[in-house]
Structures are given as structure tokens and as C-alpha cells.
Design a protein around this ligand. Structure first.
Ligand code: GUN
Ligand code: ZN
Length: 433
């Protein structure tokens, strides 16, 4: 590395040396400066020392703003961008009334490209630097999001959403075409720049056993890929699954029986889990994705973060756009806090911030590259204004430590708190540098 082209960012640099759920808030570390070059973090430390050691680096002084790893949203549906905040339905009716008609529109590649751009602009404005998204059944909807992410230099995961039953005509593929289309997209995109393909059966009610088996075979043939699906979100859905798969021991078994349970498997929601399901998910080191704004908005239930983390589960945090009611990981942290309160386990600000960064990165098996600020990590950063509105500023003014200063932004913050975003060492917001 040469200092020419290096950036030295000054501010309150927040990083983690361990998981605060086990190590406590002391797992967080505060520094004064981060040096980035060649798309990566080169050094973290005291401002004076880094200035002296790297006199040619371009300095950006963010004052008392917080510099953090960018937020990572571990479960979203970018095609649902336009139907966010649709009123009054529970899961199955919500899918049929709002989601499926909107997803039909993605048969038009131009519409897919327009929404992909809009979605990534919105999430970037909210400080989210990486997402793991569902697309629609249309291969061009996968191309659209990968193309938009590639143009922005983002690390991003997505896959063709496979459904061969219980969905309208026009949104159904077959076991064979789901396999063939997914395999072709995987070959085209997986490992290109910072992009990764995800094998994506939507959930067991919309896949035949044959389709689940085909996708299990595809995952087995490509173990370096992630696999994403939904699990035990609503009680009506679980009853439906029992009726469709009478031989299954439980909901998870509908995936397990077809090779769709394993490390690198992402299970969205995972609210109403039976003991066997929890034990198997833990044993396989699978990832559970907590979607708190969605779980309250669609009326699904309360995720047991305290119990599942204590049992050692790998857990990420997500908006679940557009079942979730916000694009903001700050709003999502607030909802996770409130759900924790209703479960009798208030989450510490350090735990919330860790979930939205390193926890999500761990769930995507990518915590060696993103989700923290440390030498060698990819330089995806968000700069947060801790006094972004009068309401937040007056609460923060009384703070005597970092967590008191941060918590009003977690509970009341939104895109107004996002001062700057860096992706792969390039400033992407505000404007291009
Ligand atoms: N289960 C199956 N599909 C979906 C979806 O699009 N959103 C949510 N929240 N749950 C689902
Ligand atoms: Zn979902």
C-alpha cells in the first residue's frame, strides 16, 4: 500500500473485538481514526499516530460523529420495495393481495432494473452497504439487482425465488426450470466482483417436494453458496405446511428431508420453533434471521433472541422489506429492542449494533470480510450523526458514555442520521468523492 490514494477518516470509530452477547458491551472498541486504501481497512487507532505515520493520506474529519461498519440487511425482498407499508393483511393474504401481483410486474426487465436501482439508492441512504435479497421467479430480476450492485461496488447476495405451486399463473416455474435457471444464474454471477448467488426456494408451501429436492441437489453441488428460505413465521402458515407435508416431523423437516438444512442455510423469521427444530438448527450451525419490523407489522410473533443467542445460534438482523415496515436498520434495531422487552430480555445498544453489522455478516458467513472495522476488512462504512434531529439531540446532550449517546439514535433515528457512506473504500454518500 502507498499513502497516495489512501483516506484517513477521523471520528468516533466503533468496532467489536467479540460478540457482546457473550463478552458484554466491553466487546466494543472505540478509536479515533481509520485508514483505508485499496478498498480495505489498513489501520485503526489514535488520530495523531495515524496522521504522523501516513502524512500523504487524504484526511476527512467527521468530528464527533460515529464511524461504524456499514449496516448489513440479511433478509429482504427488493421486488417488494413499492408495496412497503401495505395495510391490514396477515401473511398468506398479504402475499396473495399485495406481494404476488407486484412480483408479476418483474416479468418486465425494465421494471426490474428500475426497482433494483431505486431499492439500492434507498438502502444506501439508510446506511446499508450489503443486503441478502430474494428476487422474483424471473431470471432477469436477478440480473437487475446484481447489475445495480456491481455498478455501486457492493457486496450483495441474491437468487431467483423458486415457486412451482400455490402461486398465481405467471409466478410459477417447475422443479426442472427452477434448477436450470438457478444453475445458469449461479454460473453467471457467483463470485463475480463482490456478488454471490443464493439458492432460493421461497418456502415449502410454494414448492413441491420435487422442487425442494432439485434445489437441495443444486445446493449440494455448490456448497460455497448460501441457501435462503422462510421458516415458522405464522401459526396459520405452519398449519398449512403440516397439511402439505403430512409425513414431516415439523416445518424444518420439510427442508431437512430434501437437503435444505445446513451451514450457510438462512432461515427467515424462525419464530414458532419446536425444540427439535431449535436443536437441529443449532447442531447444523444454520443461520436464523430476525425480522422484527416485519414480525410486528404482519402480526407474526415475537422472536426469542435472548433464548436463541444463549443457546449459541448464529443470528442475523433484517428488515424483510416489504413485509418489514422500514428500509432502515436503525428502525430495525429499535424494533428488535422492543420485541426483546416484550420477551423480557432488553437488548443492550452494543448487542443491537453488533447484530446489524457483525451478526448479520456472521449469518452470511462473511464476517471475515464485512461487518466490522479492523485491518484487512473491506472498507464498507457508515458515518452516523448522533444528533440528527432536535428530539435526538436533546436526549443525546445528557449522555455520559457512548451507549447513552447512541441509544436515542437507535430508537428514533432514520436516514437523517446517515451522514456518509463508504463502499469498498469509495465514498458513495453524500455524492461521489
Ligand atoms: N413467506 C414466504 N414469502 C414471504 C415474503 O415474501 N415475505 C414474508 N414476510 N414471508 C414470506
Ligand atoms: Zn422474506
Amino acid at each position: 500500500m502507498t499513502d497516495l490514494g489512501a483516506d484517513l477518516l477521523l471520528g468516533r470509530v466503533l468496532s467489536f473485538t467479540a460478540d457482546p452477547f457473550t463478552a458484554g458491551p466491553e466487546a466494543a472498541r472505540q478509536d479515533e481514526a481509520v485508514l483505508i486504501a485499496d478498498g480495505h481497512v489498513q489501520a485503526v487507532g489514535a488520530a495523531d499516530a495515524l496522521r504522523r505515520a501516513h502524512p500523504q493520506a487524504r484526511v476527512t474529519d467527521y468530528g464527533d460523529r460515529l464511524i461504524s461498519a456499514g449496516f448489513i440487511d440479511a433478509h429482504v425482498h427488493y421486488p417488494q420495495t413499492a408495496i412497503i407499508a401495505s395495510w391490514g393483511k396477515r401473511l398468506i393474504d398479504w402475499l396473495n393481495s399485495y406481494t404476488f401481483p407486484e412480483e408479476m410486474r418483474f416479468a418486465d426487465p425494465a421494471y426490474a432494473a428500475e426497482v433494483a436501482d431505486r431499492y439500492l439508492d434507498l438502502t444506501l441512504a439508510h446506511g446499508t452497504t450489503s443486503v441478502c435479497s430474494y428476487a422474483t421467479i424471473h431470471p432477469a430480476s436477478v440480473d437487475a439487482l446484481f447489475t445495480a450492485a456491481q455498478a455501486r461496488g457492493q457486496r450483495l447476495w441474491t437468487g431467483k425465488t423458486c415457486m412451482d405451486r400455490n402461486a398465481p399463473e405467471g409466478l410459477r416455474d417447475t422443479a426442472q426450470s427452477a434448477y436450470d435457471d438457478s444453475a445458469a444464474l449461479l454460473a453467471k454471477w457467483h463470485g463475480v466482483d463482490r456478488l454471490s448467488y443464493v439458492v432460493t426456494p421461497r418456502f415449502s408451501p410454494t414448492s413441491s417436494p420435487e422442487q425442494l429436492e432439485a434445489l437441495g441437489a443444486l445446493w449440494a453441488a455448490n456448497p460455497g453458496c448460501l441457501m435462503q428460505t422462510h421458516l415458522s413465521e405464522q401459526l396459520d402458515e405452519i398449519d398449512w405446511v403440516k397439511g402439505l407435508y403430512p409425513q414431516a416431523r415439523d416445518y424444518l423437516d420439510t427442508y431437512e428431508a430434501f437437503g435444505l438444512l445446513g451451514r450457510g442455510g438462512l432461515y427467515g423469521h424462525a419464530i414458532h420453533l419446536e425444540d427439535r427444530e431449535k436443536a437441529r438448527l443449532r447442531e447444523m450451525d444454520a443461520s436464523l434471521i430476525h425480522c422484527p419490523t416485519s414480525n410486528t407489522f404482519i402480526g407474526s410473533g415475537l422472536f426469542d433472541m435472548g433464548g436463541l443467542k444463549a443457546a449459541g445460534h448464529r443470528i442475523g438482523l433484517a428488515t424483510d422489506t416489504g413485509g418489514g415496515s422500514s428500509f432502515s436498520m436503525l428502525r430495525t434495531m429499535a424494533a428488535a429492542y422492543e420485541v426483546g422487552q416484550l420477551k423480557g430480555r432488553p437488548l443492550h445498544p452494543a448487542e443491537l449494533w453488533w447484530l446489524a453489522t457483525q451478526g448479520s455478516a456472521q449469518s452470511l458467513l462473511a464476517d471475515d470480510r464485512i461487518g466490522n472495522i479492523a485491518p484487512g476488512m473491506e472498507a464498507d462504512l457508515v458515518v452516523i450523526d448522533l444528533a440528527s434531529t432536535p428530539a435526538i439531540a436533546q436526549a443525546t446532550a445528557r449522555a455520559s458514555d457512548l451507549w447513552q449517546a447512541l441509544f436515542p439514535t437507535i430508537m428514533m433515528g432514520d436516514d437523517r442520521a446517515v451522514h456518509a457512506v463508504w463502499i469498498g473504500g469509495q465514498q458513495r454518500l453524500p455524492g461521489q468523492s
